[in-house]
Design a protein around this ligand. Structure first.
Ligand code: SF4
Ligand code: FES
Length: 250
C-alpha cells in the first residue's frame, strides 16, 4: 500500500547555523521503497520547487560502507534491528505516520550540514593504531602458515564486521565510542599477527578516543542494541583487559 507521510527533518545550513526541525509532506510512497529512496523522492520534490534538497550521507546503499547515519524516530538507523538506514524499508511505517529524522548527536561528531556529521574522529582513532605493520621484505611468513583457533578467527571476523557508522556513539547517553574502538582493537588482538603491536595499539587508540571528546562507557549496552552489525559488548571487556595489561606492562 502506498503512504502519505509527514516528515520532521533537521535542517542546518552549515556548522555555525543553529538549525531547526522543518516539516515536509511526501505522498504516494511505496512500502517497497528504502528509507533513502523515500528521501530521494522528497529531494526531487524540493529541487523541482527550487528549494534546497536535504543533505544526507550515503554511498553503497547495501549495509557495507557505514556512510548512512540517520536518527529516525529517536533510534539510530530506525526502528529495525541489525540493519543500517539504507536497508530500512518503508513497510516499517504506516500511512499517515509522522517521522522524525535527525543527524547523529555527539560533540565529537559535529553537524556539517542538515543530516551530515563529521566522523573524521573515527578516522583519527584508526590512524592512531587500527592497523598492523607488515614487513614486506620477502622474508615474511605466509599468513596462512600460522594456525589460528577457529573460535578466535570467528570472534575476530565478528569484530571486523564493524562498519564505522557511529550508531553506537549516537545511541550512547555519554556519546561513548567504546564499542567502535573495542571492535577495532579486538579484530587484531585476537590474531597472532595483531599481537605484536597490541599494547601500543590499545594505548594509542584509547588515548585518541579520549582526545576526540567521546564520553565514557557506563555499561548501559544501548550501543549493542542499536549496532547494525551486532558488535558484542564482550569486545569492550576485551579492550579493557588489553588496556589494563598494556598499562601494567608500561
Ligand atoms: S560498533 Fe556497530 S554501531 Fe558502532 S560504528 Fe561499528 S558497526 Fe557502527
Ligand atoms: S549507504 Fe553504505 S551502509 Fe548505508
Amino acid at each position: 500500500m502506498n503512504m502519505n507521510l509527514t516528515l520532521k527533518i533537521w535542517r542546518q545550513k552549515n556548522a555555525q547555523d543553529k538549525g531547526k526541525m522543518v516539516d515536509y509532506k511526501v505522498t504516494d510512497i511505496s512500502e517497497h521503497m528504502s528509507f533513502l529512496e523515500m528521501l530521494d523522492v522528497l529531494n526531487e520534490q524540493l529541487v523541482s520547487n527550487n528549494e534546497e534538497p536535504v543533505a544526507f550521507d550515503h554511498d553503497c546503499r547495501e549495509g557495507i560502507c557505514g556512510m548512512c547515519s540517520l536518527f529516525i524516530n529517536g533510534e539510530a538507523h530506525g526502528p529495525d534491528r541489525l540493519i543500517t538506514t539504507c536497508q530500512l524499508h518503508m513497510r516499517k511505517f504506516k500511512d499517515g505516520d509522522t517521522i522524525y529524522i535527525e543527524p547523529w548527536r555527539a560533540k565529537a561528531f559535529p553537524v556539517i550540514k542538515d543530516l551530515i556529521v563529521d566522523r573524521m574522529a573515527f578516522e583519527r582513532i584508526q590512524q592512531a593504531g587500527g592497523f598492523i605493520s607488515v614487513n614486506t621484505s620477502g622474508n615474511t611468513t605466509d599468513a596462512n602458515a600460522i594456525l589460528i583457533p577457529k573460535k578466535d578467527a570467528d570472534l575476530s571476523m565478528d569484530a571486523a564486521s564493524c562498519i564505522g557508522c557511529g550508531a553506537c556513539v549516537a545511541t550512547c547517553k555519554n556519546s561513548s565510542a567504546m564499542l567502535f574502538v573495542a571492535a577495532k582493537v579486538s579484530q587484531f588482538a585476537l590474531l597472532p599477527q595483531g599481537k605484536v603491536e597490541a599494547a601500543d595499539r590499545v594505548m594509542n587508540m584509547v588515548r585518541q578516543m579520549d582526545l576526540e571528546g567521546f564520553g565514557n562507557c557506563t555499561n548501559t549496552a544501548a550501543c549493542e542494541v542499536e549496532c547494525p552489525k551486532g558488535i558484542s559488548l564482550e569486545n569492550i571487556a576485551r579492550m579493557n583487559r588489553e588496556y589494563l595489561c598494556a598499562s601494567i606492562a608500561g
